[in-house]
Design a protein around this ligand. Sequence first.
Ligand SMILES: [Zn+2]
Length: 180
Amino acid sequence: MRVIRSIRMKNTCMNVTMKKLIYCLVLSSSFLTYSCHSQTTHKASNSTMEYNKLTPEEAYVILNKGTDRPFTGDYYKLKANGIYICRQCNAPLYNSKDKFDSECGWPSFDDEIKGAVTRVTDADGRRTEIICNNCKGHLGHVFLGEGFTSKQTRHCVNTSSLKFIADDTSTKLPEVIIKK
Ligand SMILES: [Zn+2]
C-alpha cells in the first residue's frame, strides 16, 4: 500500500508540475502574441497617417493649384515673429524674418527654410511654381530679379497653403505628417 501511495503522490506531483509548466507556456505564448499584435497595430497606425483636413477653399489652392484672391487671407500683412508651416502636412516652410511687404496682395518671402520648398515649371510653361517638398501641395510661385530685397527673390505664397505658428505662444510646432 505504501508503495502505491508513494507512486500516487509522485504522479500527483508530476501532474502539478506539468500543469504549472503548461500554464507558463500558455502565458508566455499569449504574451508573445500580444506583443506581436501591438507592434503590428503600431506600424499600421503610422502608415495610415492622414494629412490635415482641408476646407474647400484650402483644397482648391493646395490640391487644384488655385490662387487666393489678392489682399485677402490672414497673413499677407502679418508681421509677427514665428514660423509658417504647410497647412496640409505641417512641414516648416518659411521664417517670419524672411517675410517682406511687397504690396502685391499675397504673403511674400525672399527665402525659404532650406530644403522645404521645391520649384517646378508651372503648367503655363512660363512661371515657376513652388510646392511643399514633403506633401507636394501647391504654395504659389517664385519670381526673381524684381528688386524688392537684396536676395532678388519673391516667394508669392497663398495664405490658404500656410499656417502661422507664433514665437510668443506656447503652441508647439505640430509633428510633420509624412506619408510613405
Ligand atoms: Zn506640405
